[in-house]
Design a protein around this ligand. Structure first.
Ligand code: NAD
Length: 360
């Protein structure tokens, strides 16, 4: 098959890690008989330097017309006055919000997986880690508290601020469907997280999730209150398969889940629209402190490319091949500087990409 991928290398380590992800995709193409066509799109600081804005309408259109988007990272040191002494909507990161909105990416997917060889980086005790954990957090990305009406005003001489949390049943349904679809490709368990003992929006959330669940009789569903979920993540992370939750709860829980894996250079993510289209990117930023040194860990981006194969192209076998190759490289003792440990072999960005390719 042929696929058209818009690549956004972006800033900092972005170009270095996207190069490695493309290398791995091309290796998959050779082995499994696919062709990936790439079209580079400028976004972030590089777009500001070239066009004066973090994302042009043409760039957005190119992304929209592709089969999916692979993003490195955007942004730089806030000390860079060329990019940051401007209005917030003209800064590099504004490109991210614009592209998510422009492509209607409402479901954010973040896996949190503990690799055998990296258990020492996990801040949890060994008895809690047990056999490890392998979960995916599905977070609603374009509704809820972050997008509701807000205002700050003086009422009877006292300052008062209001934020509004709104969810329609359609917004809940479409993200719930994504979570159940993903669960069907995994261990078939969805934990829907809400605060239904307090919030009306959560009670509607629970009701709609129960309706969607009827279409997935093979999937086990449980409801969990968000405060309990925050505790369970550090007490018994192995119990989770797919966690489904609204925007703000997901924002907090997905960061908590990433922290317990212990290594930001390993964490992939995807943002999906109603169909098969998605934007795939590492969870980390552009790491300006190590940009250009050839030492960045490309694995998060490479695993994001694997997610693209799985979610946008339904190439599960090929996605497995990448994920298994990453596991093998780690088991063989290779590490980039961010995950380096005693007795392991330190490698740079390109070498890590090559080692993964060799194992596909
Ligand atoms: P960061 O994730 O870029 O870096 C945090 C720390 O982790 C740094 O020490 C960095 O060297 C290290 N690190 C990150 N990724 C790594 C990798 N792949 N390999 C090895 N080490 C890695 O976060 P930050 O420093 O807070 O942000 C830097 C810039 O990135 C800012 O401009 C920020 O706005 C931007 N940012 C962009 C995105 C995105 O494009 N989606 C996300 C987060 C931050």
């Amino acid at each position: 098959m042929e696929y058209r991928i818009a690549t956004i290398s972006g800033d900092g380590i972005g170009p270095e890690i996207v190069t490695e992800a493309k290398k791995v995709l091309d290796r998959v193409g050779t082995v499994y008989g696919h062709t990936f066509h790439y079209e580079e799109v400028l976004m972030g600081g590089i777009s500001i330097d070239t066009y004066g804005v973090p994302l042009t309408e043409e760039a957005l259109e190119t992304a929209r017309n592709s089969d999916s988007v692979l993003l490195g990272a955007v942004g730089g040191n806030v000390g860079n006055s060329r990019w940051y002494d401007v209005a917030p909507n003209l800064r590099p990161e504004a490109g991210l919000l614009a592209i998510r909105k422009g492509l209607n990416l409402f479901a954010n997917i973040r896996p949190a997986y503990l690799y055998d060889g990296l258990a020492d980086a996990c801040p949890l005790k060994k008895e809690i880690i047990g056999d490890g954990f392998d979960m995916v957090i599905v977070r609603e990305l374009t509704g809820g508290l972050y997008f509701g009406e807000r205002r700050t005003e003086e009422v009877n001489g006292v300052m008062q601020a209001t934020d509004t949390l709104v969810y329609s049943e359609n917004e809940i349904r479409r993200v719930a469907v994504k979570a159940f679809d993903i669960a069907m490709k995994r261990k078939k368990k969805v934990t829907s997280v809400d605060k239904a003992n307090v919030l009306d929006s959560s009670r509607l959330w629970r009701k709609v999730v129960a309706e969607v669940a009827k279409d997935y009789p093979e999937v086990t569903v449980e409801n969990m209150l968000v405060d309990n979920c925050a505790m369970q993540l550090v007490m018994n992370p192995g119990q989770f398969d797919v966690i489904l939750t609204e925007n703000m709860f997901g924002d907090i829980l997905s960061d908590e889940a990433s922290m317990i894996t212990g290594s930001i250079g390993m964490l992939s993510s995807a943002s999906l629209n109603e169909g098969k289209f998605g934007l795939y990117e590492p969870s980390h930023g552009s790491a300006p402190d190590i940009a250009g040194k050839g030492i960045a860990n490309p694995i998060a981006t490479i695993l994001s490319a694997a997610m693209m194969l799985r979610f946008s192209f339904d190439l599960d076998k090929e996605a497995d091949a990448i994920e298994n190759a990453v596991r093998k490289v780690l088991a063989d003792g290779y590490r980039t500087v961010d995950i380096m440990a005693e007795g392991m072999t330190k490698v740079g960005t390109a070498e890590m990409g090559n080692l993964i390719c060799e194992r596909i």
